[in-house]
Design a protein around this ligand. Sequence first.
Ligand SMILES: Nc1ncnc2c1ncn2[C@@H]1O[C@H](COP(=O)(O)OP(=O)(O)OP(=O)(O)O)[C@@H](O)[C@H]1O
Ligand SMILES: [Mg+2]
Length: 313
Amino acid sequence: MQGMETVLRIEDLRKDYAGGWRKPSRPALSGLHLEVPRGSITGLLGPNGAGKTTTLKCIMGLIRPQAGRIWLFGEEATDARSRRRMGFLPEQPYFDFYLTPRKLLSYYGRLAGMDPSRIRTKTSYVLSLVGMGDEADLAMDKFSKGMLQRIGLAQALLSDPEFLVLDEPSSGLDPLGKIQVRDLLNSLRDGGITILLSSHQLSEIEEVCDGVAIIHKGGNVASGSLDDMLRSREEYEIDLEEPTSAAWDELPGSASWADAAHMRVVVSKKSLNEALKALMGSGASIAEVRQRRMTLEEYFLEKIGREGWEVGE
Ligand SMILES: Nc1ncnc2c1ncn2[C@@H]1O[C@H](COP(=O)(O)OP(=O)(O)OP(=O)(O)O)[C@@H](O)[C@H]1O
Ligand SMILES: [Mg+2]
């Protein structure tokens, strides 16, 4: 992703949390790097305790790292100015539950310095965007977790942010809610908004993100465009029609019979020519050849391993 304009750049971020009386402090981030290109949806992916929330809090200026540098919109982020162009959904949004969503958002709007007529129109707009238009004037004390999460999203969108930072945006949402959030994020991105979201759900990242940074125990494991990552194994799939049994004996050693239902062979790049020759020589007809895309789960397990899914100490 080099050469693209970056909205956020983080270099060598380090954060230790105090360990309590007579206990040593513990590192939560140990030299993290991150880049978010303008107009992208970038995912910060990692298991529980990897350091995602800590990273997002440092970006928003809510906690101070011990070391490292953060640039926002091309400038080093040393004060609150650049954060006014951002919207933030915290991991556990806290609201005064006796307020209604409309009153809550108008309070946030005043805090952000918006004028009253803009607050009124934007409040209705963002509440309908997150599917809470009908609940705008109900007290929030009866709201479910997913409903509160939607109000949190509406709050993050209220002041027309250029850059949205969302800590687990789909947390607590039902399947339909997840789809709605995915569609909302896509349409925001299409409207030119840059988005950074954290998640430990591989499917969420795979479905919505253009780029991903995988982190584990406070450090980087891999980052870049999701497409490049998932095609990094250099394997090819060959779809066949009318295969003959003779073809299988001729195939190179690296070939595997991946999918009987679709008559599909998987082969390494090195053996692709040899495999195609063998298959054609045997009379099979080739329907399609394409580079194989791994699932994010396969990629993740390859990079971190199953034990990596355990909570970071
Ligand atoms: N306020 C705190 N005081 C002490 N340690 C903390 C604090 N907040 C986080 N930590 C520790 O820092 C590490 C990273 O936590 P963080 O909340 O950033 O992880 P995460 O990736 O957001 O995890 P999750 O997926 O569970 O939300 C963990 O080991 C956690 O115990
Ligand atoms: Mg977290």
